[in-house]
Structure formats: C-alpha cells, structure tokens
Design a protein around this ligand. Structure first.
Ligand SMILES: NC(=O)c1ccc[n+]([C@@H]2O[C@H](COP(=O)([O-])OP(=O)(O)OC[C@H]3O[C@@H](n4cnc5c(N)ncnc54)[C@H](OP(=O)(O)O)[C@@H]3O)[C@@H](O)[C@H]2O)c1
Length: 332
C-alpha cells in the first residue's frame, strides 16, 4: 500500500530516491552526509556500570578475541571480572587477552575451543575450572554467517553456520549449565542474537534459522533453570560495524549505506554501546531480568516493519501534490 503511494508520487516527481537496495546505496554513496538526526543520538562510549561491578566474578565469552566479543570482554574486565575468552584462533585470543589484561590489570585467559565440537567444549570447561573455577557470567557470542541466495546453499554451508550458532550455543550452555547445577552455583547467561531472528531474512537463512533456535533455547531455559539460580537473556543487535561481520555480510559497503538510511536514529550502533548493555544484563543490577529479548538496533526493526514508513522519502513538495490528489479523491 505505502509502496504504491510512493510509486504514484514518483511519477509526479522525478527526484524521488531510487528504492532498490543497490540503487539506494549508489544514491547515498554520492551524497552521504550522516542523517541530521544522528546528532541527537551520539553514542556515549564510557563504561556505564560502577567500577567493581564484576569484582570476584568470572566471565566466559565465546568469540571473545574479536569484534563485539572483544569489547564485551574489555568492559567486563574493566569492571573487575576475571575473563575467559574462547574461539578457534589461539593467537588472536592470546593477543586480545594480553592487551586487555595489561589495560585493566585483571587477568584475561585465552582458551582455544571450536564450539561445534562438544568434546572440545568439555575440555575447554575442564581447563577453565582449573584456571578460574566455574563462571558467573556466560556470553554466547561466537557465530558464523555469510550472505548467499538460498538456492545456492550446499548442505555443508547450512551445517557450518547452524553448527556454530545453534549447536555451539547449545553445547556451551548445556556443558556449563550441568556443571553449575552440580556445583549449586548461580549464573547469568546471555546470547548475542540478531534482529532478523524475529523477522527471518532472505539471503542469511541458515543464520536466521539458527539464531531463532537459540532464542527459543534461551527462553525455554529461562523458564526451566531459574530453579537452579540461572538467568537467560538475549540481545538482538542491529548493525554494528565490526571487521568480522561486515567483511562477510557487506563486501561492497552498500549494506552499511542503505542501513543508515533505514535506522531512525541515523547511525550504526557501536560495540561499546552493546558492551554496556551486555554488562548490565549480566550484572546484579539485572538480577530480576530473565527470558528477556532486547532489541538493540536504533529503531531499524520497526522502521522496516511499518507498512507506511516508506513515506519518509516523500518531500514537502511531494506531500503538497499528494494532499491535492487526496482532496480530489474526496471531492469526486
Ligand atoms: N556486528 C553486527 O552488526 C552484528 C549484528 C547482529 C548480531 N551480531 C552478532 O554478534 C556476534 C559477534 O559478531 P561480530 O560482529 O563481533 O563478528 P566477529 O568478530 O566475526 O565475531 C565472531 C566470533 O566468533 C568466533 N567463532 C566463529 N566460529 C567459531 C567456532 N566454531 N568456535 C568458536 N568460536 C567461533 C570467531 O573467532 P574464531 O574465528 O577465532 O573462531 C569470532 O571471534 C555474533 O553472534 C553475531 O551474529 C553482530
């Protein structure tokens, strides 16, 4: 409906912005100052919680060597946590661990672990138990993803994404959950999902399916394992620029330009903003929060969902034309 209205107006005015993803990115690339409203929504890059909020706590972060995982680790470490970061690339983990430990003065341990392998997860948790004991905070952040038309997906491509995101999160959560239950220790679990877990999205179907599964897993466990002292929450981030995500999902840079145009706050999120939210959700300040799904996307999801939101492209002059058209319809 809204698209039809915009289409009709476009005939009256040749200035209307092209609407395809590719074209809109081209248009935006030519004239791309940040949307003016972004000045109202500048990020606060300071650490939000009080110093010491995670003193004597242990945090386990998958994919903690890079991107969002790295910034969440740095924030928790700054707040007093002893952190354990895991992923496949030990050299990357070790470098991150050393850098963060030297900045914060709190130890960050690097442990290699491919979350797709339940035995590797079990060995990693054995190692962690020796180093730090069981964790108070578990952040399932590791993921894989790439853009691909679904008719081009091989079974292997499907399996590699769903193995990391869905099975990997399950292996980590079940391994730690069972040991925490055995040890009668409470913990806060967090998943870094994605906004399209809620809507689904073409061209990232394995990721959308796996992230939706993870959401169901965490909501289910929030209901079941509260009795053991465990909380489970989910953040659904919109686009936040990281090397890992954007190199695989936005090789041309077109997505980023297009995304800014559909985010009502006029900019991408920052890793530190996400890290502050994650720290809050895992902290004692959020001890009454469990089973929550937090959309953290600058308003992108609702902007894309609302049928008439396309009308933001209509200029004041075009509104005059449209108003006259509507009046004519009324008087006919
Ligand atoms: N950036 C965004 O705009 C955005 C938006 C929505 C959601 N997210 C979510 O945010 C999370 C972090 O993404 P990011 O943007 O920070 O990208 P990233 O830097 O590529 O992070 C992904 C991490 O997962 C690890 N990983 C991949 N496969 C693994 C495996 N089999 N076992 C263990 N670790 C594995 C990677 O390390 P190794 O390669 O060393 O294994 C890497 O550290 C992901 O869950 C992503 O879906 C990001």
């Amino acid at each position: 409906m809204a698209a039809a209205v915009v289409g009709r107006i476009a005939k009256s005015s040749r200035n209307l912005v092209q609407r395809s993803w590719f074209h809109s990115s081209t248009v935006l690339r030519q004239t791309s100052p940040p949307p003016p409203q972004s000045r109202f929504f500048q990020p606060d890059e300071n650490t939000m919680l009080p110093t010491g909020s995670f003193s004597n706590k242990v945090a386990f972060i998958t994919g903690g060597g890079t991107g969002l995982g790295r910034v969440m680790t740095s924030t928790l470490s700054q707040l007093g946590a002893q952190c354990v970061i895991t992923s496949r690339k030990l050299d990357v983990l070790q470098q991150t661990a050393e850098e963060i430990s030297s900045q914060t003065g709190n130890k960050v341990h690097a442990l290699q672990c491919d979350v797709r392998d339940p035995e590797a997860v079990s060995r990693c948790v054995d190692e962690m138990e020796k180093l730090t004991g069981l964790p108070d905070v578990i952040i399932n952040n590791a993921a894989g993803n790439f853009i691909c038309p679904s008719e081009r997906l091989s079974p292997n491509a499907w399996k590699s994404i769903t193995d990391i995101v869905l099975n990997g999160t399950a292996f980590v959560t079940l391994e730690l959950g069972k040991r925490l239950i055995q040890g009668q220790k409470g913990a806060s679990f967090l998943v870094i999902g994605t906004i399209y877990a809620e809507s689904g999205s073409g061209f990232v179907v394995p990721s959308a399916s796996a992230k939706a599964g993870v959401e169901a897993m965490y909501k289910s466990l929030a209901a079941e394992w509260g009795r053991y002292g465990h909380r489970f929450n989910i953040i659904h981030p919109g686009p936040i620029k990281t090397k890992g995500a954007f190199s695989r999902l936005d090789p041309t840079g077109a997505f980023e330009k297009g995304a800014i145009g559909r985010i009502p706050t006029g900019r991408l999120g920052t890793p530190k903003e996400l890290a502050n939210l994650a720290a809050y959700l895992c902290s004692g300040y959020a001890n009454w929060m469990s089973g929550a799904v937090i959309r953290f996307d600058g308003g992108e999801f609702v902007f894309m969902a609302g049928e008439f939101n396309e009308l933001h492209k209509v200029s004041p002059d075009q509104w005059k034309i449209m108003e006259a058209m509507i009046r004519k319809t009324k008087s006919a």
